[in-house]
Design a protein around this ligand. Structure first.
Ligand code: ADP
Ligand code: ZN
Length: 808
C-alpha cells in the first residue's frame, strides 16, 4: 500500500503523510495532489513516495498531475531550503512554484477535439456524460457532482485523448495579453469548392477568406483591421460558420519594454570585443571548470569596469553549445539592465528574462516555456534560482555581494547560497561575480573551497576614478551645521555643467528631512506603529513611516505638547535634490529613489533620459550605485558616506565599503577619467579609507579580523530569532523562555540575549531578539526547532533567520 509525503502551503509545517487509496495510482514526487487538511481540501506537492507507513493517516483526495509538475532537481533544492533555513517545506516549495500553481479551481475539462468515445463505464462514463454538451466545465464543479478522485480520472481520460484539460489564466493581469484570432473552419475551407457560397459574399468577406487560406494558423483581429477588414466582416463570416474566432494567449515579452531601446543597455558591439589578456585567462580557467562537468564554485573578483559581463557571455555560450542550460542571477533587472540586455542580444529567443515587473500571467508563461525546454538561458532575480532550467550546467550570480539576494520574508533564503547548492546537486559550475565580494565568498575562495579568479585591471586601461575624501567637520566649522554640499563637490558639479558632462549624487536615505523635532518639549514625531521617527516628504506634504507606510500631514504643532516650534532635522535625497536645484539655477536634476519610481517602468525611463544626456545630475539612493554604464558620467558625489555606519549591524562597514567602491566605479567609464567625492564625518574609518583606494584586499583583512574578534560571520554561523508579541514584556518573557530552554549542557553553540530588537516595535508588534552563534549549523537549527516545536504558540510568533544579512 503506497503512501506519499505531501508539502502543503502552510507556514512552518513539515511534509505530511497520506495514503494513496486503491482507486488512485500513486503520484510521482513533484506532482500536485489534493489532500484533506483540517476540514479543508488543499493543493499539495508530493515530496516523496513511501512504501510503508505505520502512521494512521488520511487518504489523498485526488491527483492533479500524472507527471511531476516540479522537476526532481527543483524539488530537491526546495526541500534543502526548508531544512537549511528552518522553514516549512510547503513555504520553500511555494517559492519554487510559478504563480497560480496552487489554484486548482480554475481548471476546466471538455471533450477533446475528435475524441472517439466508446463504451465507457464507472467514473469515466459519469464524467463523460457531464461533458456531453462539448462546453468546458469547471473541474471543481464536476467534483461536486461526481464524488471520488475526479482529477485522477480526468488525467487518465486526457491521456487516452478523450478529454482536454485547460487552465485559462484570468484576471486583469492577463486581460491585455490575449488576442483574438480568426481561422477558417472546415466549412470555410470547403467554401471555395462549394458552388455559390463565395459568390454571395461581399468583397471584404471574400478577401478575408483568401487571406485566411494562406494563413493556416489564423490571423489576429488587429492585423486584419490594419488591412481594412473590420470586426463586422469577421462576425458575419463567423455567423455563417465559415470562420471561427478564438482567443489566443500571447507570450508578450515584457523585457522588450523595460530594456530594449534603452541606451542604458550595452553598446551594440557587446560580445565582439577582443578579450584582454586578463579576461582571456579568467575565461580559460572558468571554461576548464565548467567543461569538467564537476561541481565547482568560482569567485570572479573583478574591479568595476573590468569586463565581467563579457566573460559571463562567452562562458554561457560555451555551456549552451555543449547542450546545457544557464541561469544568470542579477540583483534587480530594472536597475542593472545592461547584463540582461547583453544576454538578450547574444541569445535572442532562447533567453527568458525574469523581471520584477512581470504580471503573474507573464511569469506563469515564462515558467512553462523554461520547463518545456524552449529556453536555454534564464536571467532573473533571486527567485529565478528555482527556475526549471533543463540540464543546468552553469549558474552565474552577478554582484553576488548584493543584499537583495536574501529574501526578507519566509523562506529567508539567500539566492547566492541556494545557487551554489543547486550547482552542487547538478555537478554544475557556480560563478559568483563582484568587484566587492562578500566576506563569506571571499573567505571560501581564500580557504580553497571556492576557486578564485581575479581581474585587476579595467578594460582598455581606463584608470579607476580619482577619489577625494571631504571631512565634513571642516565644512561644518566653516559654513555652519546645515551644509549639505561641500565646496569641493559644488565646484566639481559646476565644472561638469560647464563641460556638459554628467554627475551622480548619492545619499542612501530617502525623504526631505529624517525627523521632526519639537524645540519646546524635545519630542520627535514617531510612527504610532513602529519605534521610528517619521520622515518628511515635502513634495507629498506628508510625514511617513518607512517601515509600515503610515503617513500623516506634516504636523504644524507638536503632537505631545502642542508647541509650535517644530524643527525638521536630518536630510534625505529629496532635500539634496532641492539643494542642488537651488544652487545651480537652470540645472536639469532628477531624483531616483523608491519614492519617485513607484510606477513600473519609471526607472527605465529615467535612466534612458539620463543616458541620452537629458539630465545633468542624477540624485538618488543606492539604487543608482549599481551596475549602470554611463560613459558621460565623470563625477560621483557621495553626500554622506556615514549613513549606515552608525547602525548596530555587524555588516555596516562591509556595506559602506561595497557601496562606496561600487559608486566610485560608476565614474569615468568612458574616455575621460572619473572623479569621486566622498563626504564623511569619519574620514579615518577603515571602510572609507580602503574604499577610496579601492583596496579590497586591505578591507578584507581588516574586516575579517574584526569579525573574528567579535565572533561574527563568516568566522561563525549566526542564527537570529525575533519573537513578536503584543507587549514588550510579553516578547521579552517568551524570548527568555526559549533562550533558557536552549541553554543546555554540552551544547556546541552560544546563545546571546534576549534583548529588545533594535526596531523594538514594528507594525504594532513588540519584538525581542536573541542570537545563536556556533560553527555547526545543523545542531543550532535542530535545537531551536525542538524548543519551538514544544511551544507552538511562541513558534507562530517567531521569525527564524539563518545566516541573517541584517540583524536590525
Ligand atoms: P564590469 O561588469 O566588470 O564592471 P563590464 O562588463 O560592464 O564591467 O564592462 C565594462 C565596459 O567595458 C563595457 O562597456 C564593455 O562593453 C567594455 N568591455 C568589456 N570587455 C572589453 C574588451 N575586451 N575590450 C574593450 N571593451 C570591453
Ligand atoms: Zn510605522
Amino acid at each position: 500500500m503506497p503512501f506519499v509525503r505531501v508539502a502543503v502551503p502552510v507556514p512552518a509545517l513539515d511534509a505530511l503523510t497520506y495514503r494513496v487509496p486503491d482507486a488512485l495510482s500513486a503520484p510521482p514526487p513533484g506532482a500536485r495532489v489534493l489532500v484533506p487538511l483540517g476540514n479543508r481540501l488543499v493543493t499539495g506537492i508530493v515530496v516523496e513516495r513511501l512504501e510503508d507507513s505505520d502512521l494512521e493517516v488520511k487518504d489523498i483526495s485526488d491527483v492533479l498531475d500524472a507527471e511531476p509538475f516540479l522537476n526532481a532537481d527543483v524539488l530537491r533544492l526546495a526541500v534543502w531550503v526548508a531544512e537549511y533555513y528552518a522553514c516549512g517545506v510547503g513555504e520553500a516549495i511555494a517559492a519554487a512554484m510559478p504563480p497560480r500553481a496552487w489554484v486548482e479551481s480554475e481548471r476546466y475539462a471538455q471533450i477533446a477535439d475528435g475524441a472517439a468515445i466508446g463504451d465507457e463505464r464507472g467514473m469515466r462514463r459519469k464524467i463523460l456524460d457531464r461533458l456531453e454538451s462539448g462546453k468546458p466545465v469547471r473541474v471543481d464543479a464536476l467534483a461536486k457532482q461526481v464524488s471520488g478522485g475526479v482529477h485522477a480520472v480526468l488525467l487518465a481520460l486526457e491521456r487516452d485523448g478523450l478529454v482536454a484539460l485547460t487552465q485559462p489564466l484570468k484576471g486583469k493581469a492577463d486581460a491585455h495579453r490575449t488576442v483574438r484570432t480568426v481561422r477558417l473552419t472546415a466549412q470555410g475551407h470547403d467554401s471555395e469548392a462549394t458552388e455559390g457560397t463565395t459568390a454571395r459574399l461581399g468583397r471584404r468577406q471574400q478577401e478575408l477568406l483568401s487571406l485566411l487560406r494562406a494563413a493556416p494558423d489564423g490571423m489576429d483581429v488587429a492585423d486584419l483591421a490594419e488591412r481594412g477588414i473590420g470586426a463586422s466582416t469577421v462576425t458575419r463570416l463567423a455567423a455563417a460558420g465559415l470562420v471561427s474566432i478564438a482567443r489566443r494567449r500571447v507570450e508578450r515579452d515584457p523585457f522588450e519594454q523595460a530594456v530594449i531601446g534603452s541606451p542604458a543597455g550595452p553598446a551594440p558591439s557587446e560580445g565582439s570585443h577582443t578579450l584582454t589578456v586578463e579576461q582571456r585567462c579568467a575565461l580559460d580557467r572558468l571554461l576548464t571548470l565548467s567543461r569538467s562537468k564537476r561541481f565547482a564554485t568560482a569567485v570572479l573578483h573583478g574591479v568595476t569596469g573590468s569586463g565581467k559581463t563579457e566573460i559571463y557571455l562567452r562562458l554561457a555560450e560555451d555551456v549552451r553549445s555543449g547542450g546545457r542550460g544557464v541561469l544568470v542571477l542579477v540583483p534587480e533587472i530594472a536597475l542593472t539592465p545592461a547584463v540582461a540586455a547583453a544576454f538578450r542580444n547574444t541569445f535572442g529567443e532562447r533567453v527568458a528574462i525574469q523581471h520584477s515587473g512581470l504580471s503573474d500571467g507573464e511569469r506563469h508563461d515564462q515558467w512553462q516555456r523554461v520547463r518545456r525546454g524552449a529556453v536555454d538561458v534564464v536571467v532573473g532575480t533571486r527567485s529565478a534560482v528555482f527556475a526549471p532550467v533543463q540540464r543546468l550546467g552553469l549558474i552565474i550570480v552577478d554582484e553576488e555581494h548584493d543584499g537583495s539576494y536574501k529574501q526578507d520574508e519566509s523562506p529567508r533564503y539567500h539566492g547566492r547560497d541556494v545557487a551554489v547548492m543547486r550547482a552542487s546537486h547538478l555537478n554544475a559550475l557556480a560563478v559568483l561575480g563582484s568587484a566587492t565580494p562578500s566576506l563569506e565568498s571571499y573567505q571560501n575562495a581564500r580557504s580553497g573551497r571556492y576557486d578564485l579568479v581575479t581581474l585587476e585591471k579595467r578594460v582598455l586601461d581606463r584608470p579607476l576614478a580619482d577619489v577625494q575624501v571631504v571631512d565634513m567637520r571642516d565644512v561644518y566649522a566653516a559654513e555652519g551645521p546645515d551644509a549639505i554640499l561641500s565646496p569641493p563637490l559644488r565646484d566639481a558639479i559646476a565644472a561638469r555643467l560647464e563641460r556638459q558632462e554628467q554627475s551622480i549624487v548619492l545619499l542612501n536615505r530617502r525623504g526631505f528631512a529624517t525627523a521632526i523635532f519639537c524645540r519646546q518639549c524635545g519630542a520627535m514625531a514617531e510612527c504610532p506603529n513602529c519605534s521610528v521617527t517619521l520622515t518628511v516628504h515635502r513634495a507629498l506634504r506628508r510625514a511617513r513611516c518607512h517601515y509600515c507606510n503610515y503617513s500623516m500631514p506634516i504636523p504644524k504643532a507638536c503632537p505631545h505638547c502642542a508647541g509650535p516650534y517644530l524643527e525638521q532635522v536630518g536630510y534625505g535625497t529629496e532635500r539634496v535634490e532641492s539643494e542642488i536645484a537651488a544652487h545651480f539655477p537652470g540645472i536639469r536634476v532628477t531624483r531616483v529613489d523608491r519614492d519617485t519610481i513607484r510606477r513600473r517602468g519609471a526607472i527605465a525611463a529615467v535612466l534612458t533620459r539620463f543616458a541620452r544626456g537629458e539630465i545633468d545630475v542624477l540624485v538618488g539612493t543606492q539604487m543608482i550605485a549599481k551596475g549602470h554604464d554611463f560613459p558621460r558620467v565623470t563625477l560621483v558625489g557621495v553626500i554622506s558616506a556615514d549613513v549606515g555606519l552608525g547602525l548596530a549591524d555587524f555588516r555596516a562597514a562591509e556595506r559602506t565599503f561595497q557601496l562606496l567602491t561600487q559608486v566610485a566605479g560608476r565614474a569615468g567609464r568612458g574616455e575621460i577619467r572619473g572623479q569621486a567625492i566622498v563626504q564623511t564625518l569619519h574620514p579615518a574609518h577603515y571602510s572609507i579609507v580602503h574604499a577610496t583606494r579601492q583596496d579590497y584586499a586591505a578591507f578584507f583583512a581588516d574586516e575579517s579580523r574584526y569579525r573574528k574578534a567579535l565572533r561574527y560571520p563568516p568566522s561563525v554561523a549566526l542564527v537570529n530569532a525575533v519573537v513578536k508579541a503584543r507587549t514588550s514584556r510579553g516578547a521579552m518573557d517568551d524570548a527568555g523562555d526559549v533562550v533558557r530552554a536552549l541553554r543546555t549542557d554540552g551544547q556546541t553553540f552560544r546563545v546571546l540575549g534576549p534583548a529588545p530588537a533594535p526596531l523594538s516595535r514594528l507594525k504594532g508588534e513588540h519584538r525581542a531578539q536573541f542570537f545563536m552563534k556556533g560553527t555547526h549549523r545543523p545542531a543550532m537549527r535542530q535545537a531551536l526547532l525542538e524548543v519551538l516545536n514544544s511551544r507552538p504558540e511562541i513558534k507562530r510568533r517567531t521569525i527564524v533567520d539563518v545566516d541573517p544579512i541584517s540583524v536590525l
